[in-house]
Design a protein around this ligand. Structure first.
Ligand code: CTP
Ligand code: MG
Length: 551
């Protein structure tokens, strides 16, 4: 009977039938209490979470399976959209969004497991096995529901051609942004990943939710960026009238030790029971303990932390700044891309700058340009709907509704072109007195450096912290030196004399072959870089910006 079913649950392979029965709760995880009116960002998150709960990720033979899958799924209800992508040109997946969550429940109860020797965990990831082709129903809308290859990275040749043919550097910046920013499907898959984990953990605990944060949702992320996730309590209504109360265990989630223990337990169960989760690493000694893993169905590197509300509010703040002016996101993405191709940032943590503090540098520069207001100003215009408080009483209140800002902040007097802003960014930091001053987004002005760190960027929400504490003097000097190089490159750029002009030279993109310019790096130099990365990696979790330690 089981084998007639066409959907097969994707499961973890483990020879055990022991049922998990953990009776505990996480009531003391600091409350994510928000009975207030939601901001636009929060509404977007609610919309995306709802979309994820109505969606299934289904592995198919190829994109051609979509007709068959569509007809099969229609038996369970109306479909809103279908998005196809593939991983390494091998595994094909279609994310099917149903109109109604009831369809998901019906599909889940119709689907089966294929083997006996597995941990049977039902989740929103399935595969569509071969079977009798279902006669297509007349549905003219079907094609428009389908997006093929919705996660494709831009073709390097095409990218080089488009950048080369752009009319100006400002246009180049916009082209780059449009090519690099996350697609709708990528955002859906990030919320799907959070939902997949949440679905599993909800069987153990009644009051949790998992939210994506960071560059995946603040609008500064580029394709294939990592996915930051946080597990937080889902505060429901307490039924105070009920006389029957569940016996539960208390857990002090404010304590670092408890959070570490809790994440350790989650890490074990993720590793063994949750399908699609590979290469689980426990970074529990850091100031913010995290679990790193790879989500195999999307090949995304993920970090999961617990009760890290300041990071969520920081995401809201960065998102707010990104929304304020159309130039912000293209500029930040270009500067992030520049830093990556100039080897100022790396995928691994170390004694170099990372994307988050780099973004703060751009935002601070835009404050100096009077394009963005200080956080202090955003706080002064906040209303009772904006009051938020994170762990340890950190006040994260600031204006969430851009429409409530006075007109002079909403419509910028500064209308500099993207090209000018990019140039001025490099110029500003090439002469900045990093020795004496630190960057302060909250005040919107440079401050006397309160620490001996090479680079001081005050954490806008937790002002005692320096988000770039990990950056050493050598790396800071490299940043400064690269800003000089960038100024030179932009001043001497000439479209008619080379096959790489404008931001192409900053990004090392060449129109010859569309690939990264063949670098002159010799084998010996390469070895040095590897050695350098390895050395800096040592203890980097203790000091990198994400896990910074109090001064
Ligand atoms: N964050 C923070 N304080 C820090 C570091 C990070 O509040 N010291 C928060 C920010 O909201 C940041 C998020 O955690 O956006 C994720 O950090 P990280 O992954 O390092 O930066 P991203 O902005 O996500 O950039 P990337 O694309 O490189 O992942
Ligand atoms: Mg990130």
């Amino acid at each position: 009977h089981c084998y007639c079913k066409k959907f097969i649950m994707v499961t973890s392979r483990l020879k055990s039938h022991n049922r998990i029965s953990i009776s505990t709760n996480i009531r003391n995880v600091k409350e994510y209490k928000n009975n207030k009116q939601e901001s636009t960002h929060e509404i977007e998150i609610i919309k995306r979470r709802n979309q994820a709960s109505r969606s299934l990720l289904i592995q198919v033979h190829s994109s051609k399976s979509y007709n068959d899958l569509h007809n099969y799924c229609l038996k369970f209800g109306d479909i809103s959209s279908m998005h196809h992508y593939h991983v390494n040109n091998q595994q094909n997946y279609i994310l099917v969004e149903f109109k109604d969550i009831v369809s998901i429940k019906e599909i889940m109860s119709s689907a089966s497991f294929i083997k006996e020797d597995i941990i049977s965990v039902k989740s929103s990831v399935l595969w569509f096995r071969k079977g009798q082709i279902i006669t297509p129903q007349k549905n003219n809308q079907r094609k428009s529901l389908f997006v093929e290859n919705g996660c494709a990275l831009p073709n390097e040749k095409e990218k080089a051609k488009q950048l080369y043919n752009a009319k100006s550097i400002s246009v180049q910046i916009i082209i780059l942004y449009e090519m690099m920013k996350l697609t709708d499907l990528e955002v859906r898959l990030r919320f799907h990943t959070a939902h997949h984990l949440e679905q599993y953990f909800s069987r153990l605990f009644d009051n949790i939710k998992i939210l994506p944060f960071g560059s995946s949702i603040n609008g500064f992320g580029r394709k294939r960026c990592d996915l930051d996730l946080v597990l937080i309590p889902n505060t429901g209504e307490c039924n105070v009238t009920s006389r029957l109360v569940f016996h539960s265990k208390l857990m002090n989630n404010n304590g670092r030790h408890e959070t570490k223990e809790f994440l350790g337990i989650l890490a074990n169960s993720m590793q063994y029971f949750i399908p699609g989760i590979l290469n689980v690493r426990r970074i529990l000694e850091a100031r913010v303990p995290i679990i790193k893993f790879c989500y195999n169905y999307t090949q995304t590197e993920c970090d999961l932390s617990a009760t890290n509300m300041t990071a969520i509010y920081m995401t809201e703040l960065l998102n707010f700044y990104g929304e304020m002016d159309w130039r912000i996101r293209p500029l930040v993405i270009t500067i992030r891309a520049w830093a990556k191709s100039q080897e100022l940032t790396f995928d691994v943590p170390g004694q170099w700058i990372t994307n988050f503090p780099l973004t703060l540098l751009v935002l601070f520069f835009l404050q100096q340009k009077k394009i963005l207001p200080s956080l202090k100003i955003l706080k002064s215009y906040s209303t009772h709907n904006d009051v938020r408080c994170a762990e340890n009483g950190i006040d994260c209140t600031f204006l969430r509704d851009v429409n409530k800002l006075p007109l002079n902040y909403k419509y910028n007097i500064n209308q500099d072109s993207l090209e000018k802003l990019l140039y001025d960014f490099f110029e500003y930091y090439s002469t900045f007195d990093f020795q004496t001053y630190g960057i302060c987004i909250r005040e919107g002005i440079q401050i006397r450096k309160p620490s001996r760190s090479a680079l001081h960027i005050t954490n806008p929400l937790e002002t005692t912290l320096n988000v770039s504490k990990n950056v050493n003097f050598y790396e800071l000097n490299r940043i400064i030196s690269k800003t000089h190089d960038a100024i030179y490159a932009l001043e001497t750029t000439d479209k008619f004399e080379s096959n790489s002009w404008g931001i192409m030279s900053l990004l090392k993109i060449n129109n010859d072959n569309g690939d990264l310019k063949k670098s002159n790096t010799t084998k010996g130099q390469m070895k040095n870089i590897e050695e350098y990365l390895k050395n800096s990696y040592e203890n980097s979790y203790e000091i990198s910006d994400k896990f910074e330690v109090n001064e």
